[in-house]
Design a protein around this ligand. Structure first.
Ligand SMILES: [Mg+2]
Ligand SMILES: [Zn+2]
Length: 163
């Protein structure tokens, strides 16, 4: 049987981005309320966790790709220290003003690759995001979608997934 997954947008969902649009340094990280408890509950309910993020700041030259790779390695470790296993973090480094690509949300290639690679069930998998482009990407990938309020505890929106 195929596994089930939660694809999480990063900014506005895990990281509070209310006063900063681009986040690429450890010092900028402020977690949204409830993130640790919510992810733990999702794991306990059998969901594998993935993060899918647009990082157009790389294309714009605002920060190097290595900074994002380092940030994400640290993030995986922080979650692991709290008994939360993130299976994989993927991101699109492109920005439409600089270069065209097919991986930036609302496109769905990044999600589709993860679905295939990890043999995940489309019917039972969800994308949790705070923007229309997240919702569109979920629709294109053929998975379910949940739109939450930016920078707020996602619990009211995901409580139906948690027993
Ligand atoms: Mg977002
Ligand atoms: Zn891209």
């Amino acid at each position: 049987m195929n596994g089930k997954a939660i694809f999480l947008d990063r900014d506005g969902v895990l990281f509070d981005n209310s006063d900063q649009y681009y986040i690429w340094k450890q010092e900028q990280i402020r977690f949204v309320d409830g993130v640790f408890d919510n992810l733990k509950c999702l794991l306990l309910n059998g969901y594998q966790l993935f993060i899918v993020s647009n990082q157009g700041g790389i294309s714009k030259g605002l920060y190097p790709k290595d900074d994002i790779l380092n940030l994400h390695a640290g993030l995986i470790q922080t979650f692991r220290n709290n008994q939360i296993e993130i299976t994989e973090i993927v991101f699109c480094p492109h920005h439409p003003e600089i270069e065209k690509c097919i991986c930036r949300k609302p496109d769905s290639i990044l999600i589709e690759k993860l679905l295939a690679k990890h043999k995940l069930s489309k019917e039972e998998s969800y994308l949790i995001g705070d923007s229309e482009s997240d919702m569109e990407a979920a629709e294109k990938a053929g998975i379910q979608k949940i739109k939450i309020n930016s920078n707020q505890d996602m619990y009211p929106f995901i409580s139906f997934l948690i027993r």
